[in-house]
Write a protein that binds this ligand. Structure first.
Ligand code: F6R
Length: 586
């Protein structure tokens, strides 16, 4: 949710911190701050807004010193204002911290520390870390001991970096990401390799429950009991260098256009895992599939495929709902978890509940170093490269790619899909982007958009609605075509827009009938189909392909429609308001 970063090295810290934060802004972007150490003093600058806005206003980059920490926030505790922005200082000003995650017991700790005359300025849970560290440091005068005492008292999920008044950086990781970059010009501590990728491609991945101290003597890692731990240096894969927008106006557009290639790469690094995945599914008595948001919509596609082609029942459960059904799983069941980030708190909670009941955990993930990968018995990688746009695009079609491969191997009937053909057809859809841009103009003043699809196109309608909501802030709702007459038809009038997902397959005639019913109520219809019809006010043509492959083709024009409609409405497609890419809070 938030991003944290730290640097200690030979060059000016603030510039490095600001550029790292800019790259990690996708994780949270309502406020920003940096603290550096020089001349025995910690100085902080922070403010509300995006990294560039705050930097232009407050010159974060001019803070002096070669040691520092930084943060971008996605508010959980306390309003979006300058006081609540990180870094937070201890009351004596000798320690500053940046934090990602949630401290569950901050209220109790705050009362205790207030009783000991430590004072607080913000409404955040995070500030407790600064004062708790300060309290233990005041007693022990030892950074390692104060870190260990602090992490033992904190309850919740967190990673944080602290800067002490002697220039030492200290960090801890507990169920939130933390990576150390080891470069020629110094050490970096970050929530994501994107925070330091332009400086080094060598990293250390601390395990959960570990502490890092970086000072003039170098780097030291130990567990929460204080025992030293060793880690190998890992070479970061080259794909992470691909984090520039290039010729594209936005990351979202770039990522939409990457799809003809990224669907082909999905699962490429995981051939053995795919085979193991398939036999685990074959051997399971009961299979469940889970995810949040877009990943859940991909899970619904899996459910349809297994039912249609394998007569195999998979139960799809929204991750955040799992906690209300704790007896779902047993030691004969398998839970497949889908997640781009591999860090979504709701998905992790669902997986932990299933694992505690003895279920086997399989996962499909983009970030193979994530917490979800660590907890799974088998993980297959999306391999689509970093997805920076907050709204998921290429990760969705890569999830489909892997789901189709696996379903094809498990199901009795062949799904008959050819990824190469799909990729070529996707490129054709992308070639018509300027026509889609024109169609997007009609959505400029829309207040409600409905998307209908039947069968396997219903999850695509849900995904379409999610994209339109996130990117345009227009109310959008995905519906199964057959359900209109059971209620939603009451909403249709001349102000409504309806996107009809209607490829030439077994759903075609029924969906066309639904479109006519809607049209009769005066709504405007955008048809996504390989066959033109007089019922469409606007027709977005997709190439004809075999029945099972249409979902790949129909989501792409809707991603583009949402992107261009966002531009019409002057919203930022890469960073929709109130959202964050990696939702690590429940
Ligand atoms: C939608 C979107 C979110 C994510 C959801 C799960 O465009 O990006 O709905 O799909 O937060 O994220 P992951 O897949 O990282 O678990």
């Amino acid at each position: 949710m938030c991003s944290i970063i730290g640097y200690r090295g030979d060059v000016s810290a603030s510039k490095i911190l600001v550029s790292g934060l800019r790259r990690m802004e996708y994780r949270g972007y309502d406020s920003v701050g940096v603290a550096t150490f020089s001349d025995s003093q910690i100085r902080v600058k922070k403010g509300v807004g995006r990294v560039d806005q705050v930097n232009n206003r407050s010159n974060l980059q001019t803070l002096p010193g070669n040691i520092g920490i930084g943060h971008t926030r996605w508010a959980t505790h306390g309003r979006v204002n300058e006081t609540n922005a990180h870094p937070h200082m201890s009351s004596s000003g000798e320690i500053a911290i940046v934090h990602n995650g949630i401290i569950d017991n901050y209220k109790e700790l705050k009362e205790i520390l207030q009783g000991r005359k430590y004072f607080f300025k913000s409404e955040t849970d995070s500030e407790i870390i600064a004062n708790l560290l300060q309290y233990h440091y005041d007693i022990t005068k030892d950074i390692k001991r104060s870190m260990i005492k602090t992490v033992r008292e904190l309850k919740g999920d967190y990673s944080f970096v602290a800067i002490f008044a002697d220039g030492t950086l200290a960090a801890a990781r507990f169920h939130e990401p933390l990576i150390i970059g080891v470069g020629k010009k110094g050490f970096f501590i970050s929530s994501d390799v994107l925070g330091f990728i332009e400086h080094t491609d060598e990293a250390i991945y601390p395990d959960n429950g570990e502490v890092v101290i970086i000072n003039f003597g170098g780097i030291e890692l130990f567990d929460f009991a204080g025992n030293p731990v060793m880690h190998h240096l890992t070479k970061i894969s080259k794909e992470f260098a691909d984090v520039y927008k290039g010729e594209y106006a936005h990351f979202t557009l770039k990522e939409i256009f990457e799809q003809p290639n990224s669907i082909l790469r999905a699962g490429d690094n995981s051939r053995t895992e795919i085979e193991a995945f398939v036999s685990a599914i074959r051997d399971s008595r009961q299979i469940y599939i889970t995810g949040s948001g877009t990943s859940y919509n991909a899970a619904l596609v899996a459910k349809h495929l297994f039912l249609k082609y394998g007569k195999k029942k998979i139960d799809a459960i929204i991750s955040s709902e799992v906690r209300f059904y704790p007896d779902y799983f047993d030691n004969q069941s398998t839970l497949i978890a889908l997640s781009q980030s591999g860090e979504s708190a709701d998905v992790m909670e669902a997986v932990k509940i299933a694992k505690d009941s003895g279920a086997q955990i399989l996962s499909i993930i983009n970030t193979m170093t994530s917490s979800l990968a660590q907890i799974s018995s088998i993980s297959v990688g999306l391999n689509c490269g970093p997805e920076i746009g907050v709204a998921a695009t290429k990760s969705f079609t890569s999830q489909l790619s892997i789901i189709y491969k696996i379903a094809d191997m498990v199901c009795d009937k062949s799904i008959e899909f050819d990824l190469k053909k799909i990729s070529t057809a996707m490129s054709k859809v992308l070639e018509s982007s300027s026509r889609i841009q024109k169609t997007a103009r009609v959505l400029k003043h829309a207040s409600d958009i409905y998307i209908i699809g039947r069968g396997i196109h219903y999850p695509i309608a849900l995904e379409a609605a999610l994209k339109l909501k996130e990117l345009t802030y227009i109310h959008a709702e995905g519906l199964p075509g057959g359900e209109l007459k059971h209620g939603p038809l009451a909403l249709m009038d001349s102000n409504s827009f309806v996107i009809v997902i209607n490829p030439n397959d077994s759903t075609f005639n029924d969906t066309l009938t639904s479109a006519r019913e809607i049209k009769a109520r005066g709504a405007k219809i955008i048809g996504i189909s390989d066959i033109e019809s007089d019922v469409y006010d606007h027709w977005i043509e997709i190439p004809s392909i075999n029945e099972s492959a249409y979902p790949f083709l129909e989501i792409v024009p809707i991603q583009l429609l949402a992107y261009y409609a966002a531009l019409e409405n002057e919203t930022d497609p890469d960073y929709p308001r109130n959202l964050a890419k990696s939702v690590t809070v429940k």
